[in-house]
Write a protein that binds this ligand. Structure first.
Ligand code: HEM
Length: 427
């Protein structure tokens, strides 16, 4: 098979199962490659991905071109037709307010306001609570022989954390979770039944309405949470109510599935590398470095999308205004020009400048939160269930262009160390 045919379909089973082998070949043979099927440039080398993240000629405003029928920066399902464009219009309005789809100066205004409320200090204060939630989730599975780690821990933990951070009452949690799950195909380009895009759109509008109501609630009764802080400051920061509500949906969404996948892929990587797992179990101080390595080795974001605003040259190729560019963090993070032994998991790497959270203007606002959740959850699960091991020979991966993660991660738990202790075996 020719190289061009091999890299033609980003959704092929091979590309979904092993994006590293699949796109890694491209990094060697054709590092800035035009993919006709997806009508996109694929940029695969670290130096080029890094340069593109920093280049203002590459725009993040991919919502407007998508709905104008020029391409799709979010979904993989092709361009919308006229009828679809009609019902998509209100959805466009919400997505267009997301900071991640804006360029400066609009982006700067939105990000500044949200980052006032969502500071590293706010996140650090969550540590005892996150520890508690992890322990409660582990308590719930104690005594069971086999569990799906995604369902029991990797999925609920970030959902509960982001809901509490935003100020979503526990009684609304189920509705909130349902709506956020429905949204995924629209944003990450998932292969799914056609009506899921329409459902995802309705979920997006439902969530924006939900946050407008929550803003009203906290305006009347201020509390110690992110929505309440935003309500206090947004007018002075020059934001509208719709913009705040839209960016709350973004926080909810961006903070959820990505973190679920970090927890699942992180645990999986350790299960597949017993020596590295042993290092972490013997020395918990390696946890922060281990999380960086999970992000590099098999991180949740395979790629980020940009739209060319001004012609540019890259690796001898001319990239034209109006074309779409996919920045492949997955291959950049395994580039041998930057990382020693790039295809190996080494949790004590001396240097790890991975691009899993992007760079510069749109650098992930939730990076400290995602890091904290992973640093607490994965080592705690292994410390409590030291004999935890995989229970499935083969995994099913989410069939999306942008996101990497298993649909389920079945594991045998083995004995719960804490339960043994409680039963009267002091250690
Ligand atoms: C492991 C988990 C996560 C990964 C891998 C991740 C990855 C990313 C990446 C690659 C971007 C940049 C996108 C671009 O340049 O187009 C981004 C942006 C963003 N992320 Fe995350 N993210 C994670 C967790 C979170 C969490 C927990 C939150 C919030 C609760 C969050 C909120 C955001 C926001 C608001 C942006 C937009 C920033 C901007 O446009 O200025 N993310 N994330």
């Amino acid at each position: 098979m020719s190289q061009a045919a091999m890299v033609d379909d980003l959704m092929s089973p091979e590309a979904i199962r092993d994006p590293y082998g699949y796109f890694g070949r491209l990094r060697l043979d054709d590092p800035v490659h035009w993919n006709e099927r997806h009508r996109s440039w694929l940029v695969t080398r670290y130096a080029d991905v890094d340069a593109c993240f920093r280049d203002p000629r590459l725009s993040s405003d991919r919502v407007v071109p998508h709905y104008a029928g020029q391409g799709t920066g979010t979904a993989a399902a092709g361009e919308p037709g006229d009828e679809e464009r009609g019902w998509l219009q209100p959805i466009r309005t919400v997505l267009a307010d997301w900071m991640v789809f804006q360029d400066p100066p609009e982006h700067t205004r939105l990000r500044r306001s949200v980052s006032h409320a969502f500071t590293p200090h706010t996140v650090a204060r969550m540590e005892p609570r996150i520890r508690e939630i992890v322990d409660e989730l582990l308590d719930q599975v104690s005594g069971r022989e086999e569990i799906d780690f995604v369902r029991e821990l990797a999925f609920p933990l970030p959902a509960i954390v982001i809901a509490e951070l935003l100020g979503v009452p526990a009684s609304d949690r189920e509705l909130f979770k349902e709506l956020s799950d429905e949204l995924s195909p629209l944003v990450f380009g998932e292969l799914s039944e056609p009506d899921r895009h329409e459902r995802a759109g309705r979920a997006l509008l439902g969530l924006a309405d939900y946050f407008r109501d929550l803003m009203r609630h906290y305006r009347a009764q201020p509390a110690d949470n992110l929505v309440s802080t935003l309500v206090e400051h947004y007018e002075a920061d020059g934001l509208s109510e719709d913009e705040v509500a839209a960016n709350c949906v973004l926080l909810l969404f961006a903070g959820h599935e990505t973190t679920t996948n970090l927890l699942a892929c992180g645990l999986l990587a350790l299960l597949e590398h017993p020596h590295q797992r042993g290092l972490l179990q013997r020395d918990p101080d390696l946890a922060a470095g281990a999380v960086e390595e999970f992000l590099r080795y098999d991180g949740p974001t395979k790629l980020s999308v940009r739209w060319v605003a001004v012609d540019l040259e890259l690796a001898g190729r001319t990239i034209r205004t109006g074309q779409r560019v996919m920045l492949l963090q997955a291959t950049a993070n395994r580039d041998p020009d930057v990382f020693d032994r790039p295809d190996e998991l080494l949790i004590d790497r001396a240097s790890n400048p991975h691009l899993a959270f992007g760079l510069k203007t749109h650098y992930c606002l939730g990076a400290p939160l995602a890091r904290l959740e992973a640093r607490l959850a994965v080592p705690r699960a292994l410390a409590r269930f030291p004999e935890l091991r995989p229970a499935a020979a083969q995994l099913q991966w989410h069939p999306t262009i942008m996101i990497r993660g298993p649909r389920a991660l079945p594991v045998h738990l083995g004995p719960d160390v804490r339960a043994t202790r409680v039963e009267g075996a002091p250690r």
